[in-house]
Design a binder for this molecule. Structure first.
Ligand SMILES: [Zn+2]
Length: 169
């Protein structure tokens, strides 16, 4: 399994999710294609880094003319329920990178298992549309913020370093 790269092809869904009680949450990416689902476990920091990478890539692409074809706002993302309970592939992410193929106008996610050789072929790859990637880029900060205590005045997530409230002055 470890040496056979899993090419998932175009995904129908690609979502971020958190499992467990606040403070002990574990994070994952869920991908689904026609045949089933993939469950990729990752650290909060890794998920956060992916969110930043998505934002940066989308910002860079927004200057391209081809981007205008995809100007419509994304649909609201689906809750992560509804994924098959037993994924076809499941592992802990070691390395994750994101690319864009301008010919097919798709994003490509390349993921290495934490046990796999980072120099070797990725353990899992999948392709997503620009819209899906925009949705994931919006979903990641929401998923990460969801476990934090909220300010009772403004509803923003409270940061460990303090909170300057827009509602309290
Ligand atoms: Zn506040």
């Amino acid at each position: 399994m470890k040496d056979s790269p899993y090419n998932f092809g175009p995904t129908l869904r690609l979502e971020a999710d958190a499992v467990g009680p606040p403070g002990q949450r574990t994070f994952r990416l869920l991908a689904a294609n026609q045949e089933g689902a993939a469950c990729l476990w990752l650290e909060k920091e890794e998920l956060q880094a992916l969110g930043v990478a998505i934002d940066q890539l989308l910002a860079r692409l927004s200057n391209r003319s081809e981007w205008k074809l995809y100007g419509a706002p994304p649909n609201p993302f689906c809750p992560s329920e509804g994924f098959p309970a037993i994924p076809l592939v499941e592992f802990k992410v070691g390395q994750l990178s994101l690319g864009y193929e301008s010919d097919s106008r798709t994003f490509v996610l390349l993921v290495h298992d934490s046990d796999a050789d980072p120099e070797g072929p990725p353990t899992f790859t999948c392709a997503t549309s620009v819209i899906q990637m925009r949705q994931l880029g919006q979903q990641i900060p929401a998923v990460i913020a969801a476990g934090r205590p909220r300010c009772p005045l403004c509803g923003d997530a409270l940061e460990p370093e303090g909170h300057s409230c827009v509602r309290a002055n």
